[in-house]
Design a protein around this ligand. Structure first.
Ligand SMILES: [Zn+2]
Ligand SMILES: [Zn+2]
Length: 139
């Protein structure tokens, strides 16, 4: 049986034998390249702000947000008003939920996750927000 899914980036249908990534192979490759660009940029400018990265690398806020949701990027400020918990709406630095909501959602399946809990956040690269959160929250 072939599992056909819609790519979250370009909207094309493609075969997804692994069932893990929701982007097609073409977009995945572009995505990796762009992520690498951000990484290189933050190596050179360790205190770069999100909007600097967006402007200098011509990357969309939406894309940055996706990297943040995937815990590949992290915001330095705790109270950033840029990335919000999907459950309670509190500012978070990375991922989808604040610690509290994360714990609540995962307490029943903790055993499944305990093996990989050390990996969380370890590879995230960091950002500052510039306080211009109006533009970001409207997206
Ligand atoms: Zn695609
Ligand atoms: Zn929350």
């Amino acid at each position: 049986m072939i599992d056909v899914v819609t790519c979250e980036i370009c909207g094309r249908l493609y075969n997804n034998p692994s069932g893990f990534f929701r982007v097609c192979p073409t977009c995945y490759e572009n995505d990796e390249n762009e992520f690498q660009k951000i990484k290189d940029y933050l190596n050179v400018h360790p205190c770069a702000k999100i909007f600097d990265v967006v402007a200098d690398l011509n990357i969309s806020i939406k894309q940055i947000k996706r990297y943040l949701r995937e815990s590949r990027l992290e915001i330095l400020e705790k109270d950033n008003h840029f990335l919000l918990c999907e459950s309670c709406g509190k500012s978070i630095r990375t991922g989808r939920y604040c610690d509290e909501c994360y714990k609540n959602r995962h307490k029943n399946i903790r055993a499944v996750y305990s093996g990989s809990s050390n990996i969380k956040h370890s590879n995230a690269i960091r950002f500052r927000t510039d306080g211009n959160s109006k533009r970001a929250s409207s997206i």
